[in-house]
Design a protein around this ligand. Structure first.
Ligand SMILES: [Zn+2]
Length: 169
């Protein structure tokens, strides 16, 4: 069977940053009662682990999405050293996760929304500078979508707690 040239080209192209972030967003949407944050870990352009934030569900405050995909990835392929590893996460990592990302020798990290309160890749502090790391960092990938899933979550929480706002007119 002969493929037209353009479909062959599609077969050969790898997924781009937005497509990987879309997968991380899908993970975030499975967070249930946890803050909706999702992460995927990519090795040689293939997803090797995907997870959502699971702090509440597992009663473990350390179970951030990033930490879970790092541990899954290590179990699957062993030491990351010398491999081409990228992490995609919907929210800028906190100091714990940023340190874990650097320590596990991930090459590149891409995040969606900036976290002005706790973000540790530039917003609040810069862990790569503190730890003298050369990790490649890029924020703002599908930023609107990644922010929206969080603001919707908080809006829903408020409505559950205080009821829907009454119309004043
Ligand atoms: Zn974290």
């Amino acid at each position: 069977m002969i493929f037209p040239l353009h479909s062959l080209f599609l077969l050969l192209t790898t997924m781009n940053n937005e497509q990987f972030m879309t997968l991380a967003l899908k993970e975030a949407s499975t967070s249930q009662n946890d803050l909706p944050i999702g992460a995927v870990l990519v090795c040689d352009d293939r997803v090797i682990a995907a997870a959502s934030n699971q702090k509440e569900r597992t009663s473990n405050p350390l179970n951030h999405a990033e930490k879970i995909v790092i541990e899954e990835g290590l179990k699957k392929i062993g030491d990351f050293r010398g491999k081409n590893i990228k992490l995609y996460v919907t929210l800028e990592p906190c100091p714990m996760c940023a340190a874990a990302i650097i320590l596990s020798r991930i090459n590149e990290v891409y995040f969606g929304a900036y976290d002005l309160l706790y973000g540790a890749f530039g917003s609040k502090i810069n862990m790569s500078r503190i730890m003298n790391s050369k990790i490649k960092i890029q924020g703002g990938i599908l930023e609107n979508e990644c922010s929206k899933i969080l603001t919707n979550y908080f809006k829903q929480l408020r409505e559950e707690e205080y009821g829907k706002p009454e119309r004043t007119s």
